[in-house]
Design a protein around this ligand. Structure first.
Ligand code: FAD
Length: 412
């Protein structure tokens, strides 16, 4: 009823979801980047730590970056001790997020199934599943018959990539990506955070000792007690403004959606022998993708060879999708760290804190990333679940080299 009334009144009575703030002279904390991670950080700074003199400075519009470009998969099926507690903490936050924000983010725990196609791959997946269970996380190793019952449409008869089974996380699934950004933006704004769009950070102002004291932006200089960077695919460019060189490369990752079809795919399915993964949106579109384009780029358009590779992977495991019509494809810029795992840490520049290196897995991390980055900014200490995500691991050799997370066959 109110929808119809608003449509007829030209939407004049609709309230903006968050305040469109103008920059003030200074804040206790300035977050650069109004993606999921920056907004979640601002929300938890205000909610958990009571720090509300906070600005989120976004060069474009909220939801215009990777938070609105990803394929919406959330899961916590990691194997390494540096990762698993963090992603499980994120999953627990996802499970309460809609109540926390009072916002419908369409969180749907429809299950994530990683297919395996060889004995060796089964052993690796069994090990990962066992590691998950040791951390109290749900995991099940399915044999071929169980997979067939769940996904009868897969190609089981091909000799080249026989489906032998899958690792299943029932609590994994999907969340509506841009609604997550909007929900955090509204929550943060209601707690007093200024969300400033169309405001690009163009430089850092530092005192005689080298500490950051302000940021220069396209809307003027903004003073800051501390500055947090959460700019995803632009990490290296923004860090360069503070003379920092990061262990990160930027690559485009493409994804695709078909026309709307009747429900057929029960959850998220990843192909273990090629670069292809798929789920079905609530509107019916088949949402799928594969690996990054193999060259460094800041352009969010991709190359045809990867499109071909993704379609080949899809056709190999799920020939029926050859009959679906493609609606659109798009790309986003990935901040690929050198071991495939993220960084949430103080930078070597005093007053400047860093959140990035999420590769293609940062959407699922959004709640815990915001929680842990807020903790770091507020307390100057690392949160218990994110102690491994430090810069100096690349110097000391304590890498978190989780199979499938870096520039190698991925699982999303
Ligand atoms: P963004 O939304 O990109 O936020 C960063 C913001 O910083 C941007 O809005 C940008 O405009 C802003 N910014 C940059 N420079 C400046 C500046 N100088 N001044 C001010 N603002 C600036 N992850 C998953 O977990 N599951 C998936 O299924 C998944 N699928 C993906 C599929 C695709 C096609 C892509 C592209 C990514 C996918 N990801 C997935 C990865 C995930 O989307 C990212 O890791 C995550 O969204 C990055 O964090 P963010 O949301 O904060 O980034």
């Amino acid at each position: 009823m109110s929808l119809a009334a608003n449509a007829l009144s030209g939407h004049r009575k609709w309230q903006p979801t968050w305040r469109d703030a103008a920059p003030r002279d200074g804040y206790d904390i300035v977050i650069i980047g109004g993606g999921g991670h920056g907004l979640a950080t601002a929300y938890y700074l205000a909610k958990v730590h009571g720090i509300t003199r906070v600005a989120v400075v976004e060069k474009g519009w909220i939801g215009g970056g990777n938070v609105g470009r990803n394929t919406t998969i959330i899961r916590s099926n990691y194997g390494l001790p540096g990762n698993e507690p963090f992603y499980e903490w994120s999953m627990k936050l996802w499970e309460g997020l809609e109540q926390e924000l009072n916002y419908n983010a369409m969180i749907s725990q429809r299950g994530v199934l990683n297919l395996f196609h060889s004995d060796g791959q089964r052993d690796t997946f069994a090990r990962r599943g066992n590691a998950m269970r040791l951390h109290g996380v749900d995991a099940g190793l399915l044999d071929k018959d169980a997979v067939r019952r769940m996904a009868p449409f897969l190609n089981y008869d091909q000799a080249r990539f026989p489906v032998m089974g899958g690792l299943y996380q029932a609590r994994g699934g999907t969340a509506r990506h841009d609604a997550v950004a909007w929900g955090y933006a509204r929550g943060a704004s209601e707690l007093g955070v200024d969300i400033i769009q169309n405001c690009e950070v163009t430089g850092f102002v530092r005192d005689a000792a080298g500490a950051v004291t302000s940021v220069d932006t396209s809307r003027g200089r903004i003073g800051a007690g501390k500055v947090g960077m959460a700019v995803a695919g632009n990490s290296s460019r923004v860090a360069a403004l503070a003379d920092l060189r990061l262990p990160i490369e930027s690559h485009v990752l493409q994804a695709f959606v078909s026309e709307g079809l009747k429900p057929v795919i029960p959850g998220v399915i990843t192909f273990g022998a090629g670069h292809f993964y798929i789920s079905q949106s609530d509107k019916g579109g088949l949402v799928f993708g594969g690996d990054i384009d193999g060259y460094n780029s800041y352009a969010s358009r991709g190359n045809l060879p990867v499109v071909e590779d993704v379609c080949e992977g899809g056709m190999a495991i799920m020939p029926m999708i050859g009959r679906a019509r493609l609606l659109r494809g798009w790309g986003g810029i990935m901040d690929m760290s050198m071991d495939g795992s993220p960084i949430i840490d103080r930078s070597p520049v005093a007053g400047l804190y860093f959140n990035g290196g999420w590769c293609y897995g940062g959407f699922k991390a959004t709640p815990a990333s915001g929680w842990c980055f807020a903790h770091l900014l507020a307390t100057d200490g690392r949160h218990d679940t994110a102690t491994a995500f430090r810069f100096d691991r690349f110097r000391t050799g304590h890498l978190i080299d989780e199979k499938g997370q870096g520039a190698q066959p991925n699982l999303h």
